[in-house]
Design a protein around this ligand. Structure first.
Ligand SMILES: [Zn+2]
Length: 610
């Protein structure tokens, strides 16, 4: 009996330690598998390594900017990381690769520590030239035990973008247990294996915030990108390449990194695993290309940079070419190109009455809740019209539930005092319900966002506290308002509503509108003595107004999707009374907004077309 207890606790110990074991990188193992399938890889590796040794190539370059795309393969779990977490990962990459002053990337005082002159940028345009936030989210249960096969779920041309796949777990075929953090393909694999080129990493290795693991400091990506630009591990071929005559052609083929017998794990302060080097130097344990914990690594060396400069120029030149950067939405200096203003103009309103979001420019971003417990459109009720957005939030009986939906990009520079209004119906499940509706605003398709406002459960509440499914009556709606004037220069204003569920009841959203506040429109109209007749109109409508002094006025007729359907170009009107006729022939019956742009401000006037 005693023996049995001992063996079962031993078994538990073994299982426990296996579950905790970390395998920082399987790039070498998978490269060997690739060589078995593509024997020509060895020749290509030799060819590229020979280029890296050419003295003429060993010269400084200007900073290389790399467009990046993240493919988040998820099953609505913690692996479906936020844009903010991805942006955090890009920040860390750039701090480490540029050795940016004042950041952890510049923490090494070792004289070898070097600026790699590489910077990463989330792509602004996708391969079709369409605007993007640089992130693709793909639902697939094979985010567990992922490998190269999963890369086909989402991939952009590796000659134009650095592909990073984010997954829940990576298949372990090393024979032992352990959690694999990531792996990369080398530049000399690009020609044979273009469709798997890039890096695959665990969600917990992306950035250091939210669902990221702090111990690795986000540097799994720094390490894997190191392979992607052409670096080996310092323990490549153990203690070989130990003298000045062979350090450039053996081991990691970098002369200022001392040879290392095998990987340094955890947080080693000092070790001298190879004593055959001349002079005999200790391991460079803080090299990003070794296996130390992220918090305990902090440098690339001048020799590593000298190796990758010619490799990048010879194998990855297309990705940082001016033409390619431009296609990805970047200028040659790494800044983002200015986006053309959206053709959807404010004033804009949307009532979710079409039964579908298709063609509306609105998108669902349900991160954790598929189906009706996340956001979806319904056609059974609304604050305005027959439909609205809804999340059957009563089913979200857990924490860390995040689901969002997103407006189209809207040019709000057309308004003097842009103001967002929308209708909400919501009930708490108990007094402790703490759901939040967060309103994020972006001017670049969501790549970077500002949290403009958080509405609490109490802010939103319109129905009585109830544990049964909340369905609002017509009186259980309220209008919420947000001043958008801090963002009035936004030509591509995209608004994302993220519900962070915490044990509340159902929520309904309708009557999204961006316009000037009614009072401002009325004051401007009165100052001009502005009138429209007939209204409702058919074929033609006439605007009458009176100028107290000569001034320029422009008229745009905008449909409910925010598209300009008719316009009278800006022109100067003398002081006195005027009439302007607008042709309405061919327009669909319905409600339109006439936007009148004057020197004193912009106002809107509703026009019915019959
Ligand atoms: Zn590695």
């Amino acid at each position: 009996m005693k023996k049995l207890i001992l063996s079962s606790s031993l078994l538990f110990f073994v299982l426990f330690t296996q579950a905790q074991k970390i395998i920082p990188c399987v790039t070498d193992e998978l490269y060997l598998e690739s060589v078995a399938q593509h024997p020509e890889l060895k020749l290509e590796e030799e060819r590229v390594n020979a280029i890296a040794r050419l003295p003429i190539m060993q010269k400084a370059v200007t900073v290389r900017y790399i467009p990046v795309v993240f493919h988040v393969i998820h099953k609505y779990g913690v692996e479906n990381i936020s844009q903010t977490q991805i942006n955090d990962a890009i920040r860390i990459l750039n701090e480490d690769y540029r050795r940016l002053a004042g950041t952890n990337g510049a923490s090494s005082t070792d004289p070898l520590a070097t600026d790699m002159q590489i910077e990463f940028r989330l792509a602004q345009f996708d391969p079709n030239g369409l605007p993007t936030n640089g992130v693709n989210r793909i639902y697939n249960i094979n985010t567990d035990n992922a490998r190269d096969q999963q890369k086909a779920l989402s991939y952009w041309d590796a000659k134009k973008y650095f592909n990073v796949w984010v997954v829940n777990s990576i298949q372990n075929t090393t024979g032992g247990g352990g959690t694999i953090l990531g792996y990369a393909q080398f530049p000399f694999q690009l020609n044979s294996q273009p469709s798997t080129d890039g890096v695959m990493a665990l969600f917990s290795q992306i950035g250091i915030i939210e669902t990221a693991e702090i111990a690795q400091a986000g540097r799994t990506l720094t390490h894997e990108a190191g392979h992607w630009v052409g670096l080996y591990h310092p323990f490549q071929n153990a203690c070989s390449g130990a003298t000045s005559s062979n350090c450039a052609s053996q081991g990691d083929q970098v002369c200022d990194t001392p040879p290392v017998l095998d990987a340094n794990y955890g947080c080693v302060n000092s070790r001298n695993s190879c004593t055959n080097d001349v002079p005999d130097l200790p391991d460079l344990v803080k090299d990003y290309m070794d296996y130390a914990d992220g918090n305990c690594m902090n440098l690339f060396t001048a020799g590593q940079k000298a190796r990758i400069d010619p490799i990048m120029t010879s194998t990855r030149a297309t990705i940082f070419s001016t033409a390619n950067l431009s296609a990805a939405g970047l200028n040659a200096d790494g800044t983002y190109k200015t986006l053309t203003p959206s053709t959807t103009k404010a004033p804009y309103q949307y009532n979710f009455d079409a039964g579908t979001l298709a063609g509306s420019g609105w998108t669902l971003e349900n991160y954790t809740s598929p189906g009706d417990s996340g956001w979806h459109i319904i056609n059974t009720l609304g604050a305005n019209g027959t439909g609205c957005m809804n999340a059957m939030n009563l089913k979200n009986n857990r924490t860390n539930v995040r689901n969002a939906f997103c407006s189209p990009s809207i040019d709000i520079t057309t308004l003097n005092n842009p103001t967002l209004t929308f209708s909400i119906a919501y009930a708490k499940r108990t007094n402790a319900s703490a759901d939040k509706l967060k309103v994020y605003i972006s001017d670049n398709y969501g790549r970077s966002e500002i949290l403009a406002k958080t509405f609490s459960a109490s802010n939103m509440q319109t129905g009585a506290v109830s544990t049964s499914s909340f369905i609002p009556s017509s009186s259980e709606w309220q209008t919420l308002t947000l001043d958008l004037s801090p963002y009035k220069t936004y030509t591509n204003c995209k608004i994302r509503f993220e519900l962070q569920s915490l044990l509340g009841n159902n929520i309904y959203f309708d009557a999204f509108s961006i316009s000037n506040p009614v009072g401002i429109d009325e004051a401007l109209k009165q100052a001009l003595n502005f009138n429209v007749y007939p209204n409702p109109s058919k074929d033609f409508t006439t605007f009458s107004f009176e100028n107290t002094k000569a001034s320029t006025i422009e008229f745009s007729l905008i449909d409910l999707q925010g598209k300009i359907v008719e316009a009278v170009a800006a022109q100067n009107f003398e002081s006195g009374k005027h009439e302007v006729k607008m042709d309405l022939k061919g327009l669909a019956t319905g409600v339109y907004m006439l936007e009148v742009k004057t020197e004193n401000g912009v106002f809107a006037h509703k026009i019915m077309v019959e």
